[in-house]
Unconditional design. Sequence first.
Length: 120
Amino acid sequence: MTVALVFVGAMVGAPLRYLTDRAVQNRHDTLFPWGTFSVNMAGCLILGALTGAAMSPSLLALFGTGFCGALTTYSTFSYETLRLVENKAYFYAAINVTISVITGVGAALLGYTALHTMIG
């Protein structure tokens, strides 16, 4: 049953990631990968909130592992950072890594704290 929940969550998260990434990136004329950054930060916020809400293991499998796992993308983040380095856009590469890690942890903490405080 858990595998089916992860699968269903991923069926929604993966296309949403692609569509959101493209929509955001098309609005920015820059080397910085705003689309990937946006979906990763949204996923961090959502996963933090789910954790703070202390959801059941089944709901965490559906929304956390399935949906957030497919919505976020560490591989694309890594690939785009490497491409920035290859294109000698070192500033953008460094900013991408630094801001993604700091903002991702911050978004997860914000989501966790907001829901944990409301429920607890």
